[in-house]
Design a binder for this molecule. Structure first.
Ligand code: AMP
Ligand code: GLY
Length: 437
């Protein structure tokens, strides 16, 4: 595995007991990759799912129960903690673990504000001339409402705080924009996340998710993926957590990479360090490729879901070593390489997702599907010896190939083997018959 000569460690030297936090498809993919590392001795996942229980040991602690996570790390002598989702980061898991001298890879609560506060991220980007949509931030409803008289449509209204994908409204009319302000700021449908809002210019273009590992100063080469957010074929229907994904983006080139590196990632990492708020962890830029160049729609402080399921199979290096490099601030000594292969991931959901759906259905055909594709579990659990559905997004099925079309074929062929009541998936992931995702 790609550990280079400058690494202070040889393969298998670290002998780590690792705790991974989270329970989605992203975490199953992280667990799968960590298990390939000769540096990982034991892997625990809190709370995990049926898929992670097959390759590591699930621990029934919620991902935001910091007290019990810390206790578990002490009792079990965990050497390294890796964090999947944003909530534990936003409530300061890294600060608390660091206080207790527990090694953890991720941003502090303050640095994680790049994701947990859109107002913080906007102000930061403005200070460092990082390209993003023009915007104004408001914590007063009347002022925000009056401002709507002066904007061009469509306009984008964003709740400041974490909202699990429900905090952004692209409004095509002033009525819709006013309604969004009212629900976020007055009705507080998202609780305190909607106390402050950002009103921003609508950006037109192709969206791309870009990732880099960051150790406070150094950051790794970028990797790209494209995610399909709408529920139905042709990019219609409600927004979801992500219905499918592919990596790399079809338009990725050295020139695009260099531009995003120079205009977005380098100044972000440098800017955070300069402001005494060094960023350590995975930096995820949700970008819009506009006619004027790439612009930031949002930053996230973690890996994406389902993007992780299509990027980690392309990581040629040792993920455990990368996580230690992040935590110890010596990522520049760690070789981080991405393969040229293509990955396409299709998400299987419970019928009705993202609204209401039933769970508890037995899943069949996983073994057959797993012969040719990677199967990452999300909403699954064990019912006696059966694997059953337990969430909206159930599985991500990933095909790998020399071309995107081959990877796509493998993913869809594998899906044909999988059966559960109400299984639903998009048929057009990475098909390019649509204009954009
Ligand atoms: P965010 O959580 O900020 O990434 O927003 C969720 C989704 O809303 C994005 O993936 C975009 O599809 C859309 N979006 C957010 N901001 C804008 C914008 N300024 N212009 C156009 N679409 C946007
Ligand atoms: N795929 C979108 C996200 O992880 O936020």
């Amino acid at each position: 595995m790609g550990i280079d000569n400058t690494s202070p460690y040889k393969q298998g030297d670290l002998n780590l007991d690792v705790l991974l936090i989270g329970n989605g498809g992203r975490e199953h993919a992280i667990a799968w990759k960590l298990k390939q590392s000769p540096n990982v001795k034991n892997l625990f996942i809190a709370p995990g799912n049926a898929g992670t229980s097959q390759i590591s040991q699930n621990v029934t602690i919620d991902s935001t129960d910091l007290h019990n996570l810390i206790k578990f790390c002490g009792d079990t002598d965990i050497d390294l903690t890796v964090v999947g989702p944003e909530e534990p980061l936003s409530i300061g898991i890294v600060d608390k673990f660091t206080d207790k001298k527990l090694m953890i890879a991720g941003p502090t609560k303050s640095a994680a504000q790049l994701e947990s506060s859109k107002a913080f991220a906007k102000e930061f980007m403005k200070r460092h001339q990082i390209p993003c949509a023009e915007s104004m931030t408001f914590d007063n409803y009347l002022e925000a409402s009056n401002f709507l008289d002066h904007v061009q449509l469509p306009i984008v209204i964003k709740a400041d705080g974490l909202a699990a994908g429900k905090g952004v409204v692209v409004a095509n009319s002033k009525t819709d924009a006013s309604k969004a302000l009212d629900t976020f700021m007055n009705q507080r449908t998202l609780g305190n996340a909607g106390q402050t809002i950002v009103i921003e210019e609508f950006l037109d273009g192709k969206e791309v998710s870009v990732f880099s590992f960051v150790d406070g100063e150094y950051h790794s080469p970028l990797v790209s993926a494209c995610d399909y957010k709408r529920a139905y074929d042709g990019n219609v229907g409600p927004n979801t957590g992500g219905m499918g994904c592919y990596s790399p983006a079809e338009f990725w080139s050295e020139q695009v990479d260099e531009q995003i590196e120079n205009e977005i990632f380098a100044p972000t990492v440098k800017g955070m360090a300069k402001e005494n708020n060094p960023y350590k962890g995975v930096l995820y830029g949700g970008l819009m490729m506009t006619k004027q160049g790439p612009k930031v729609l949002e930053f996230n402080a973690r890996l994406g879901d389902p993007e992780t399921q299509v990027i980690l199979p392309r990581l040629k290096s040792d993920l455990a070593e990368i996580m230690v490099g992040i935590a110890e601030g010596r990522l520049n000594k760690t070789r981080i390489q991405w393969s040229d292969q293509h990955c396409v991931g299709v998400v299987l959901t419970s019928n009705g997702y993202p609204e209401s759906y039933e769970t508890g259905f037995r899943i069949g055909g996983l073994k057959e599907a797993g012969q040719t594709a990677l199967i990452f579990h999300a909403g699954t659990s064990l019912d006696n010896d059966s694997i059953v559905t337990s969430g909206g997004r159930v599985l991500t099925v990933v095909g790998q190939g020399k071309s995107i079309s081959r990877a796509r074929e493998i993913a869809y062929e594998a899906i044909n083997h999988i059966r559960f009541a109400g299984a639903f998936y998009r048929k057009d992931i990475a098909s390019f018959d649509n204009v954009s995702n």
